[in-house]
Design a protein around this ligand. Structure first.
Ligand code: HMG
Ligand code: MG
Length: 288
């Protein structure tokens, strides 16, 4: 294998969002500063969701205001509705290199649990956010959750994932990250899902978002690279447990993805020593 893969760092957002201890903004900024020096080109730093739903993300405005600005580094935040987008615009300083991410589910059960909305209702909100972001010149990314299995609805048909990806990209030609939310996939099921999605979107517009619950995330990334994908979400230190599988590993570790890609001869642009230092901060945060 040759070529390049880009890792979208999820630690400060997906990695920390379910931590029980409310982590002070200053600690999160220290982690983000360490990550910013590793050669990563995108880091997701928080979300403007309801603080009643996800209390850990309540300080995202201060984080957006406090992160270092570096050439070639863009920050992402999750935005579920227009209220969240307004909070992002209020928080982002002049010249901030940021993008927002909208998120939907391939299944009704997870959509209801995560967004208190059906898939159709969530698309109404997301459509309004995308329209506002395009008008404001803010880049948009999309997520689809439960691309393999849903903790409520069970196995997910590849066609259902493709339908939601197509619907997202009809709003704007965004990058769509495919979330194996509960880490249920294996290379076979992931390849089957990608085959259906690649009919409606080019590989360059897709990213893989694998949770490592089942310990197969790196293998699933390799299967996705085979299918042409070149962007993968990962969290430093493997931060991020799964609320549906207590004690299980979290997001695939950025360190594991960078190491495996290097072993395969694929460039990631990441300084692995600097990443290891950020990993120590991440693990101390989890322990603290
Ligand atoms: P709702 O309760 O139905 O919302 O939640 P609502 O519109 O009825 O509003 C209720 C209250 O929330 C109101 O306040 C609103 O003002 C407030 P009150 O009048 O009661 O004081 N509110 C907000 N406050 C701050 N920011 C906002 C906002 N919106 C409403 N943006 C809602 C609907 C979508 C808001 C809620 O369900 C929510 O925030 N969900 C997000 C859950 C979440 O963050 N999940 C984790 C991220 S997704 C993920 O991890 C998956 C991913 O990693 C991929 C994968 O692995 O699959 C991306
Ligand atoms: Mg996730």
């Amino acid at each position: 294998m040759t070529g390049e893969v880009r890792i979208y760092e999820m630690g400060p957002r997906d990695g920390l969002q379910n931590e029980a201890r409310i982590i002070p903004v200053g600690e999160k900024l220290r982690l983000i500063e360490a990550l910013a020096g590793t050669g990563l080109s995108r880091i997701e730093i928080g979300s403007f969701v309801s603080p009643k739903w996800v209390p850990q993300m309540a300080g995202t405005a201060e984080i957006v205001a406090g992160v270092p600005h570096l050439d070639g580094l863009r920050y992402g935040v999750l935005v579920p509705n227009l209220k969240g987008f307004e909070r992002y615009l209020d928080a982002a300083p002049e010249g901030f290199d940021g993008e927002i991410a909208v998120f939907v589910s391939a299944t009704e059960g997870f959509s209801r649990a995560n967004l208190n909305a059906s898939i159709d209702e969530s698309f109404q909100r997301v459509g309004a956010v995308v329209e506002a972001a395009l008008a404001a010149g803010v880049p948009v990314r999309g997520y689809v959750s439960c691309v393999i299995q849903c903790p409520f609805d069970g196995e997910v048909a590849p066609g259902a994932v493709a339908a939601v990806v197509e619907r997202l990209r009809a709003l704007a030609p965004m990058e769509v990250s495919l979330g194996d939310t509960i880490g249920a996939g294996d290379p076979k099921s992931v390849s089957r899902m990608l085959k259906a999605v690649l009919v409606v979107a080019p590989a360059e517009a897709l990213a893989g978002h694998f949770h490592d619950t089942g310990g197969r995330a790196v293998a699933n990334i390799e299967a996705s690279v085979e299918a042409g994908l070149r962007v993968f979400d990962a969290a430093v230190g493997g931060l991020g447990g799964c609320p549906y599988a207590p004690g299980a590993p979290g997001n695939v570790a950025t360190e594991a993805v960078a190491a495996r890609m290097e072993a395969l001869g694929v460039e990631t642009g990441i300084d692995r020593d600097a990443l290891a230092r950020a990993g120590e901060i991440a693990l101390a945060m989890k322990a603290g």
